[in-house]
Design a protein around this ligand. Sequence first.
Ligand SMILES: Nc1nc2c(c(=O)[nH]1)N[C@H]1C(S)=C(S)[C@@H](COP(=O)(O)O)O[C@H]1N2
Ligand SMILES: [Mo]
Length: 329
Amino acid sequence: MRRIRSSEITPEHVYLNRRQIIIGLGALAASSALAACSSEPDATMPATQEPAGTAEVGAEATAPAATAGPDATAMAAQLQNELTPFESVANYINFYEFSLSKDRVADLARDFRTSPWELEVGGLVQNPKTFGLEDLLRFEQEERIYRMRCVEAWSMVIPWNGFPLSRLLAEVEPTSQAKYVYFETLYDPDQMPGLKSPVLDWPYVEGLRLDEAMHDLTILATGLYGEELPPQNGAPVRLVVPWKYGFKSIKSIVRIDLVEEMPVSSWMAASPREYGFYATVNPDVPHPRWSQASERIIGQGGRRETELFNGYGEQVAHLYNGMDLEKNF
Ligand SMILES: Nc1nc2c(c(=O)[nH]1)N[C@H]1C(S)=C(S)[C@@H](COP(=O)(O)O)O[C@H]1N2
Ligand SMILES: [Mo]
């Protein structure tokens, strides 16, 4: 068991992140107090048959203590109430390689082999390199408490452990030709029963523009609630991009390539009308089949109003200056 201590965390980062979250959570608390419980079923992504109900049961899951440091104790006390319980984060799961049923993934992924693991990083770089999990854990690990907003109109607040993707990219040294980053999930039919389903073209692939990938909020996560990442949450290493819909945050990554052309993600290929490359959270741009104006709060009940860029506009809006994000959804 690997516990990431707050003493290992860069203080400035933590304070900054926690402060920003506190500000955001004030708004969250206010809006969820006003929100009525809705019986409206959750939206679902294409071709899924999953039931709309919540699945926040987790017999095998126990909630480890959060890793708030002494300096952050007061703030953590406030945050604690708002964090999505570990049981919900680990049991209400979209990971289609295992199952389209959110409440079945944790079980089906229980014996997923995450070690040894190789993450190959290449393409338009000076220094192509293969990282084992041990190599990834050598990057200084931080705690990042982020909102997660699924395109299906539900949300969580999740304490990740990980490190900025920019640090890994700096090691491989992208060439001046590199404009985008391509990500690929493991494809292993022996371990992933969901790959039999034709819902997506496997492997699951995603992409970011290079400046999005280099943004400090973009992390590779290796842990959750101060513990190893559970397999169902994308162990041993997954992307987290908190201002974009959850499907961009690709799990169990085996390959990262720096490329010149915009990658076509699995969801773009499956339904280009519904899922675009940018997928920035935007309450004013409805999904063709449902509204994105509000979101169901997993683990707590109630709804809150969805925020532009999922509440991270101050940090990321400049990336899209002069761009029409309704066209470039
Ligand atoms: N490889 C892969 N990555 C994936 C998915 C998936 O099905 N396969 N689902 C995505 C979706 S739709 C969401 S909302 C998030 C959920 O992450 P979480 O289960 O850790 O909350 O993972 C994303 N990453
Ligand atoms: Mo999602």
